[in-house]
Design a protein around this ligand. Structure first.
Ligand SMILES: NC(=[NH2+])NCCC[C@H](N)C(=O)O
Length: 463
């Protein structure tokens, strides 16, 4: 499988497309609605800003119609979205990406496709009924119901969940006792935020371990798609759904070999450590910066307060720009031979911007000065103003509603692709949260304006 040239510190092996080892299918055989490309696709990412080639999205569907004022808190939405409008907004987001040459993969379609494989079906049905609320009898009757569904219907049910009165042949004490409106299989409205359940580092993918109960099952879906879909044949998975908590929204690829990991409400220090060990062992990073963030909903992930918009620049919530710190974690000899036991060197804490620039080998990591008054800054941070998705250096998608942040980005030379998000935003996630980059080019050397020796005037609007 062809890979990005710069995914690893040692030379990358590039195999050739053949059969996918697990199902014996030729990689080029059309599968379901999507034809596999005739050439093996590029996969992987070493930065946040290299030209985006392929992205994984999830168009919100029936799972959002499950949200009510009684369950929205538990399901991590701040309200009850108008679903048709949320879908229109999402379609426009996907279109904005397609218009700029980005290939959009849809998670629900990939899921329906892998569900024609018996092993993938069995795995995902088992994950859906693996719930102590149900009891053995209801688990059995739910398994039978799900087993009888065609791939498309099963995909829909795994995402939208299964309500008590939708289950044909439901049996068991738990079934009798449950309320008619209860879910036998709870819905996954946060699947919309594809950023969190998997993250590519170099040419490997970390299927994450999500912290909130409402999201646990999401990574069983991404794990099955990466394990079984011919599109991803040969891709190594470097993390796992049952390990220490780690969410993709906390993982920022600052530069090739340099990964920042936020630790707070979602990712634990143990998750950051495990990821660091695995990245070092697989030579996918030489430095991991561990960045504590406030454990509260407004700052649930590192990407809610800062995202990269250029190879050497970030947009950052001004209230934290000067107080954010990082611990610098390295493997003593640059690599760790054993992912689980290797000794790690930990230094710090240091101001985040200082530690990041040092790890990236640049003079300065610029912060776009959004010049916001504290109240506007707080409002726009809450509405994901700092949660941008870079399509290339200095070209980023952002919610249109954050007018002041977007104006500041433009003043600093960042082209902003504005999208509507009034309904999508009720899940508290912006363009970066709603996207998982599967392939990015390495940012061209010319895009890094302040690498080591380069000195020059500081561009306006940066500090
Ligand atoms: N990468 C992100 N910031 N994702 C936002 C996820 C929002 C989602 N409702 C949650 O609470 O988990």
């Amino acid at each position: 499988m062809a890979r990005l040239a710069a995914g690893r510190f040692a030379t990358l092996s590039s195999g050739s497309p053949g059969t996918d080892g697990r199902h014996g299918l030729p990689l080029c055989q059309p599968l379901g609605m999507i034809e596999s490309p005739s050439e093996a696709p590029l996969m992987g990412a070493t930065s946040e800003v290299g030209r985006l080639r392929t992205v994984l999205l999830h168009r919100p569907g029936a799972e959002l119609r499950r949200l009510t004022p009684r369950n929205n808190d538990e399901l991590l939405f701040d309200g009850v979205p108008w679903v048709d409008r949320a879908q229109e907004e999402h379609d426009a987001f996907a279109q904005a990406l397609t218009d700029r040459g980005v290939e959009v993969l849809h998670l629900d379609r990939l899921l329906a496709e892998v569900l024609s494989f018996p092993s993938a079906r069995a795995e995902l049905i088992a994950a859906a009924v693996d719930d102590p609320r149900l009891g053995a009898t209801l688990q059995r009757s739910t398994t039978m119901h799900l087993t009888g569904l065609a791939p498309e219907d099963l995909a829909r049910t795994l995402i939208a969940g299964l309500a008590h009165d939708e289950l044909r042949g439901g049996k068991g004490l738990a079934y009798e006792v449950m309320d008619r409106g209860d879910f036998v299989v709870p819905p996954l409205p946060n699947l919309l935020f594809t950023r969190d359940s998997s993250v590519w580092v170099g040419d490997e993918v970390a299927v994450t371990s999500l912290a909130m109960p409402a999201r646990h099952r999401e990574s069983t879906i991404t794990a099955a798609v990466y394990a079984h879909h011919p599109r991803f044949a040969g891709v190594e998975q470097l993390y796992g759904a049952r390990l220490e908590h780690l969410e993709g929204g906390d993982v920022l690829l600052l530069a090739e070999g340099v990964v920042a990991v936020g630790v707070g409400e979602r990712t634990t220090p143990g998750g950051a450590e495990r990821l660091a060990r695995r990245l070092f062992a697989r030579r996918l990073a030489h430095t991991v910066l561990v960045v504590p963030i406030a454990q509260q909903r407004a700052t649930m992930h590192l990407d809610t307060i800062a995202t990269m918009v250029d190879a050497d620049a970030m947009v950052m919530y001004p209230a934290v720009a000067d107080s954010l710190v990082a611990w610098t974690v390295t493997a003593p000899d640059g690599v760790a031979d054993d992912a689980d036991t290797a000794e790690l060197a930990v230094a710090g804490p240091q101001p985040f911007l200082t530690a990041a620039a040092a790890a990236m080998g640049i003079d300065r990591l610029r912060v776009i000065d959004t010049g916001l008054d504290p109240v506007t800054a707080e409002r726009e941070q809450w509405d994901d103003g700092n949660n941008t998705l870079a399509l290339a250096p200095r070209l980023a998608v952002a919610y249109e509603r954050n007018t002041v942040t977007n104006a500041a980005l433009e003043a600093a030379g960042i082209e902003v692709v504005r999208i509507a998000g009034s309904e999508l935003g009720s899940g508290r996630g912006g363009p970066r949260c709603m996207s998982c980059p599967v392939a990015r080019d390495a940012p061209a050397a010319t895009d890094v304006r302040s690498i080591a020796s380069a000195t020059g005037p500081v561009p306006e609007g940066t500090r």
